[in-house]
Design a protein around this ligand. Structure first.
Ligand SMILES: C[S@@+](CC[C@H](N)C(=O)[O-])C[C@H]1O[C@@H](n2cnc3c(N)ncnc32)[C@H](O)[C@@H]1O
Length: 199
């Protein structure tokens, strides 16, 4: 197991990404084509920046990536890729929508790898993760254009089914994804929802 984790850690270093979590997005992108060239992408909980950097390469110079995180961190962009606007903001705050809409009114893709600060209590952590994921869905419903896609991390557990069902009501297709690069012992899964408003 540890060997597999070291593999992703080393690969991220070699590929110049600040975090191994990039492969949880790359795997899903290769299989499901969540993003396409020219897309506007909103990446929630973006620091230390791997997903935003990967998204910028994927959507290319005609696209744009907006990364939002509570913490300041990565500020770089990549030559030949999409511009990245790095915002320091709390997704739970009301005015975050206005800050994000100053850059683009609507987005094609919303990504969220947000993780709550873990307390050590499984139930509390899972409830916090769900509260954040519910907020991400609310933001996606406001900010996605019709036909847009959402890829959001959530800790599986009690109330997860109710959460997934609420996403199914507003997207055409919904899949629960557990990437190979996600630690098996972790309860994180990703909800991939495609075709916003096309139900
Ligand atoms: C697992 S990290 C994201 C890693 C990132 N996808 C990458 O590949 O580099 C989770 C991030 O969620 C952020 N976060 C947690 N709660 C947040 C909130 N309420 N608003 C914005 N960001 C939040 C944390 O600060 C942390 O940087």
């Amino acid at each position: 197991m540890r060997k597999v984790q070291d593999y992703y850690f080393n690969r991220a270093k070699k590929d110049n990404y600040p975090a191994r979590s990039v492969y949880k997005l790359e795997e899903a992108q290769k299989k499901y084509r969540i993003m396409a060239a020219g897309n506007a992408v909103l990446d929630l909980g973006c620091q230390p920046g791997s997903w935003s950097l990967y998204a910028a390469r994927t959507v290319g110079p005609r696209g744009i990536v907006v990364g939002v995180d509570l913490q300041e961190g990565q500020k770089t962009t990549i030559a030949g890729a999409a511009d990245i606007v790095w915002l320091t903001a709390d997704v739970m705050a009301e005015d975050t929508v206005a800050s994000v809409q100053k850059i683009r009114k609507k987005y094609r893709v919303v990504l969220s790898d947000i993780a709550p600060r873990t307390s050590g209590n499984r139930w509390v952590d899972q409830q916090q993760s769900l509260a954040l994921a519910r907020r991400v869905v609310e933001l996606a419903a406001t900010l996605l254009e019709r036909g847009g896609n959402l890829y959001v991390k959530v800790f599986e557990g009690e109330d997860f089914k109710e959460f997934a069902d609420s996403v199914r009501k507003i997207f055409k297709t919904v899949k629960i994804v557990k990437p190979k690069s996600s630690r098996k012992e972790s309860r994180e899964v990703f909800v991939l929802a495609m075709g916003f408003g096309e139900k």
